[in-house]
Structure formats: structure tokens, C-alpha cells
Design a protein around this ligand. Structure first.
Ligand code: 13P
Ligand code: ZN
Length: 269
């Protein structure tokens, strides 16, 4: 069967970017076994030929009704698939799904009958809300960054904006490139609708949200940008830990230095 990517440059670019990010996740140690998932809203790349492609799966339920997703198409990492495999063969370890008109179910249309990620309720609920808001964001990433997860094993970092302020103060770039900070979501069962609902709620105020003792969920215009936001946050966590390992509590940038950054880069307060 001909791949959906053949003669579709823009779609191929988006999927290849997901593959590139998947490789980075593996290299960073954030993607043990099948850990983490990626979804891309690829509806803008869908032409009449794709629209007429037959389903290669039976109808599957999302577990939620998401009215803004009517007629949308997503590239999704496959459940139980490895990021390190997706990095080399994105269409064999992911699939393209079409949301059906009831907005509560989907079918797989390409390239392989790979079941989408078990975190589909969270990813699709978030995309539904992004479309509702008119957001330009098209990509969502869930990953298991070691040092950020470690921080969530300490209660003080679960208080609102405590981790955000600490991470911002480790190096100026973190606030510049993750200007909305890190939301916190108390522990919920992986793949659950409760986790999906808590994620949408936090993403009203943040682009990256922490699932306590599990991982992060990030959104941005494309998957590389979503990855960058997590990467700068985790870099700050590494600086914090390096200082602690040297035997001292890092001073962090002062409030004045942070405010100066906010003004100079025109960042949200
Ligand atoms: P999937 O393999 O279903 O994508 O799950 C990985 C994961 O990280 C669940 O939280
Ligand atoms: Zn996970």
C-alpha cells in the first residue's frame, strides 16, 4: 500500500519532525520502553484523496465527546510503540486517525492498523480545547523527563508555581522560552478521563503541565516547539540538582533580575 506521505511535502515534514523529536526523547532517557506519546493535528494537510481513504480499523471509541474535532485528522504514536522505533519508522509505529461525525469515535485510515496511544483521551481533549479557543497550537507531547518527575516526589514543588519560579530562576532562558511556566496536576491514573480533564484545565494557564510522579504534557505550534519548552524546564531542573550535588542550595536569579527579563523580552507577568 502507498504511504499517505507520498507526494505530501508539508505532511511529511510534520511527521518527520515527530520522528526527530522521538529520537531526542530516547537519547535523553525520557522514553524508556513505550514511554511517552505524540499527537499532531494534521487536518490542514488533508486533501480529498485522504478524505476518501477507507478505514483500516473498526470504529473505536475515544471515551469522550469532543465537538470541535468533527472531521479532524491526527497523527498519533501507537500504543506500546517505542519512541526509538518511531524515530526511524514513524508510519509503522504511529497511525493516522479520522474523527467520525459523532465526535466520540474514530477510525484508523493510514498507514498501518496501529492502535493510537493509550493517552488519546488527554491528547484529543486538549486538541478539542485548542480548536475551541482558536489556538494556533497543533502538537501535543507527553514524555517522562527524569529530573522534572523527580521534583514531583517532593510536596513543596506541587504547590502552585513553586516549581515554575524555581526553574525560571536557574537560567534566564527558561522564562524566555517557557514563558507560561509549569502547571501541576495531582496524581491521576494514566490514560484516564480524569487525567485528561485536569490536563485541559491546567493548559488554560500553562503550555506545559506536570502529571505528578508520571511525566509532562506540553503543547505548542509544532512538536519541536513543544519539546523545546520541556527541554528548557528540564535543563533548569538539572542545574538545580547539580548545585544541590555540589552541596549548596542555589541562590537563583533575584526577583529584580527576573522582572528585568520579563520586561526586556516582553514576557507575560
Ligand atoms: P502509550 O504506549 O500507550 O503511548 O503509553 C505510554 C505512556 O507514557 C502512558 O502514559
Ligand atoms: Zn506516560
Amino acid at each position: 500500500m502507498k504511504s499517505i506521505l507520498v507526494n505530501r511535502q508539508a505532511l511529511t515534514y510534520a511527521v518527520n519532525q515527530a520522528a526527530e523529536v522521538a529520537g531526542y526523547l530516547w537519547q535523553k532517557g525520557w522514553a524508556e520502553r513505550n514511554g511517552g506519546n505524540i499527537t499532531l493535528n494534521i487536518t490542514e494537510f488533508v486533501d480529498d484523496e485522504i478524505k476518501s481513504l477507507p478505514a483500516i480499523s473498526d470504529v473505536k471509541q475515544i471515551g469522550a465527546t469532543l465537538p470541535y474535532l468533527k472531521g479532524c485528522y491526527f497523527y498519533c504514536k501507537g500504543t506500546n510503540k517505542r519512541m526509538r522505533d518511531l524515530a526511524r519508522w514513524p508510519m509503522e509505529h504511529g497511525s493516522v486517525i479520522r474523527i467520525l461525525d459523532d465526535c466520540a469515535s474514530y477510525v484508523i485510515i493510514a498507514d498501518h492498523p496501529v492502535m493510537p496511544t493509550s493517552e488519546l483521551p488527554a491528547h484529543l481533549s486538549v486538541h478539542n480545547r485548542l480548536i475551541e479557543k482558536g489556538s494556533p497550537y497543533k502538537a501535543s507531547l507527553h514524555t517522562h523527563p527524569i529530573e522534572l518527575i523527580a521534583m514531583t516526589h517532593c510536596k513543596k514543588f506541587l504547590e502552585k508555581d513553586v516549581a515554575t519560579n524555581l526553574l525560571w530562576s536557574m537560567i534566564p532562558e527558561t522564562k524566555a522560552f517557557c514563558p507560561r511556566g509549569l502547571g501541576i496536576i495531582p496524581y491521576e491514573l494514566p490514560s484516564s478521563v480524569q487525567l485528561a480533564e485536569a490536563t485541559i484545565e491546567q493548559l488554560e494557564d500553562y503550555d506545559v503541565a506536570m502529571w505528578e510522579k508520571h511525566g509532562v504534557f506540553a503543547v505548542d505550534v509544532d512538536i519541536m516547539s513543544a519539546f523545546d519548552q520541556v527541554d528548557v524546564l528540564n535543563k533548569s531542573a538539572l542545574i538545580y540538582i547539580a548545585a544541590k550535588n555540589m552541596g549548596f542550595e542555589p541562590d537563583g536569579m533575584s526577583q529584580e533580575q527576573m522582572q528585568e527579563m520579563t520586561r526586556a523580552f516582553n514576557l507575560p507577568k
